[in-house]
Ligand binder design. Structure first.
Ligand code: NAD
Length: 321
């Protein structure tokens, strides 16, 4: 399987990242308890199979995910410049703080936990929970200083409401924010990310899409208790799972392959917690790279079940954002 995963350009950053990325939130036990040895083995297997992009945040498991990823990266058998590391700032176990002072300190703490001297990407984590004006006038300029100091290579913003991206990108100096990390907006049940793709492309912004399994709604297992989706959406996703199960098919595979087909999206971030999941997902991703045909019949049936909840989402962040 090694060597089969394609690399895609991340906007104008110059970074070439694997079309499938390793999502680090499960390493902080967000989807149930994961043994450290399994977490580390998953990271190693991902790297072995050609995944070169790893995303994490100090928020995941209140710093646990960064610590575990740091341990895994320390023993990873590839040079630092051969993988792309992304973490975040502004969201913590204790709440949100996008002040210049906090994010500056936060990056130093992340570098220590991750055992590295720089990260390739630093995202302002879930900007809709902060003041978007503060992100523009204080957070991004502070991160720019860290960029000048060589601690971060590129700046990104993450969050759920797509309008918040526009608000920030329309106001920051050109080239300061180079990447957006959107989640739960490009999957079998929600493709609303497409609405802003032309806007992002015009600005040369790299697009990362996370949670192709809709944060567990389409994994085939029970989603975590904290999942914010309205019950209507959860019920429809369960029906879609049943349709796949009845045919002995994996909804996770269908969902992942659906998300990965769109080459406007540089990478699709999936949370993975075992060697088996990594192998399954890399195999599915390589099939996409090689142009394998969809299971069109199954896709049609699943889309029909999900049609009544298409693009149904939930509110996130401050009312004004
Ligand atoms: P996801 O949609 O990737 O789902 C993860 C769940 O699916 C986990 O329980 C995982 O064990 C399971 N899974 C993975 N592969 C599977 C397979 N083949 N079969 C069955 N189950 C499988 O959701 P996610 O982890 O939330 O999103 C991916 C990553 O994107 C995160 O880990 C994080 O790095 C990033 N992310 C960032 C933000 C943000 O910045 N605001 C939000 C969401 C996600």
């Amino acid at each position: 399987m090694a060597g089969g995963l394609g690399l895609r350009e991340l906007g104008g950053t110059g970074l070439k990242i694997s079309s499938l990325g390793f999502g680090g939130s499960p390493l902080g036990n967000l989807f149930g308890s994961v043994k450290e040895e399994d977490a580390i083995a998953s990271v190693h297997e991902a790297a072995r199979l050609g995944i070169n992009f790893f995303d994490v945040s100090p928020y995941y498991g209140d710093t646990l995910a960064e610590t575990v990823l740091g341990k895994a990266l320390k023993s990873i058998p590839i040079p630092r410049e051969d993988y792309v590391l992304s973490t975040k700032c502004g969201r913590y176990g204790s709440g949100f703080d996008f002040s210049a002072e906090r994010v500056t300190k936060s990056v130093d703490e992340s570098l220590q936990r991750l055992n590295v001297t720089y990260v390739d990407l630093i995202h302002c984590h879930d900007i809709e929970f902060g003041s978007l004006d503060q992100i523009v006038t204080e957070t991004v300029p502070a991160l720019q200083k860290l960029k000048d100091a060589g601690k971060v290579r590129h700046i990104g913003i993450s969050g759920l409401p797509l309008n918040a991206f526009r608000y920030v990108l329309d106001r920051v100096p050109k080239g300061s924010v180079e990447v957006v990390l959107s989640y739960c907006h490009y999957s079998l049940n929600d493709t609303s990310l497409l609405e802003i793709v032309p806007y992002l492309q015009e600005k040369g912004i790299g697009i990362i899409s996370a949670s192709p399994l809709s944060m567990g709604l389409l994994s085939g297992q029970t989603p975590p208790e904290w999942h914010p989706a309205p019950s209507e959406l959860k019920v429809a996703c369960n029906k879609a799972i049943e349709v796949c199960k009845a045919q002995g098919k994996s909804i996770a595979k269908l969902a992942l392959q659906y998300a990965m087909r769109n080459h406007d999206i540089a990478t699709t971030l999936v949370g993975m917690t075992s060697i088996e999941q990594v192998q399954e997902n890399v195999k599915a991703a390589i099939e996409v790279e090689q142009g394998a045909k969809y299971d069109e019949e199954l896709l049609k049936e699943v889309e029909k079940v999900l049609q009544p909840v298409k693009n149904l989402t939930w509110s996130s962040g401050r009312d004004e954002n």
